[in-house]
Design a protein around this ligand. Sequence first.
Ligand SMILES: [Zn+2]
Length: 437
Amino acid sequence: MSSERENGRALCSSPINRNPYGHGNTVSDFLSNVSRFKIIESTLREGEQFANAFFDTQKKIEIARALDEFGVDYIELTNPCASDQSRLDCEAICKLGLKAKILTHIRCHMDDARIAVATGVDGVDVMIGTSSLMRQHSHGKDIEYIKKTAIEVINFVKSHGIEVRFSTEDSFRSDLVDLLSIYSAVDQVGVHRVGVADTIGCASPRQVYELIRVLRGVVSCDIETHFHDDAGCAIANAYCALEAGATHIDTSVLGIGERNGITPLGGPDGADGRHASRSKYRLDKLKDLEDLVAEAVQINIPFNNYITGLCAFTHKAGIHAKAILNDPSTYEIINPTDFGMARYVHFASRLTGWNAIRSRAQQLNISMTEKQYKECTAKIKALADIRPIAMDDADSIIRTYYRNIQSGEDNPLMDLNADEIVPFAAKKKEPREVPSA
Ligand SMILES: [Zn+2]
């Protein structure tokens, strides 16, 4: 973490962040941990609760190794009390000798705690529901009972020399006085982290900021946060929690988890992508990690996924393409190469501009005058007005247009079908100015 902390100091010493991939004129914030957080990666716990998930031992080990290679700080595993196999898998992953600390997730109960500490984990994540609904319909215990049991479990886990976190469940529908009273009590007995969990995905970023900021003033230990994505706020909530002083965030690869899941691993890294060059994580491994998990749970990566989606670094409109070719940071806040991804300027469409066509022609080792690039672009746009065109179509037009110039011939630029010949000829006759972009 030292480099991130140094970074924090460097940013604090200068009032303006001048990173071209940065916010622009962002004044740094002493409370914020946005560029120095730790990841508690829960694909092998929360992710196992995803409807499609079934990880056998071999797959769990493969995922754990990949997460470790990415550089996550912690790997959280399913409660060893869930089944015999869950316990055996937990023991097997503890023996892998990974750099990441291995955690397991348990109910706030001494029976669970005894089994958890015997598995060889580096820490135990304890949780219990504190909202009135959960107290009534889940475990039926009152706040004083929760506090007493939590302290017993925390002292027991600590006596084994390993880390312990205490989290409430459904924190945002719990009474604030109850919450702060419990967190304060566990902080006083030396819990390593308190956890705030939006178990049902109801919190807004503003609520998150306010609660974490209050909690930051109440406890001295680290603050972990866990956000479900029912209302689509899981990434924003994690970001706001860090801004308010949270130190750890729970993630899973592609956000898989109960219902529609939690904050995805790539989300906060994307938000932090502006600082990616100094990140401690192997961000270039993100795509491989997502492919591994997507295949394991048989889902596709959405086209609009932050960072790794099909279109994340594709630029189409002529005016965007021109600026991107001049200086990518004009329309990109994240450098794709930090994530092992490539930028793509989409030049085969009616929106393309002559700068994009010139760039493509140069990739094809074709050099023309500005007037010729513009005329060639007009022909590509004319065809794209009639039907969708592929990259090969645009390349074909560029090449044939260039050959015609060289040879003085007038070969057709494209193989058109009967329905396309007449409208294409009409389009070519229309007076057409190619915009300067
Ligand atoms: Zn959860």
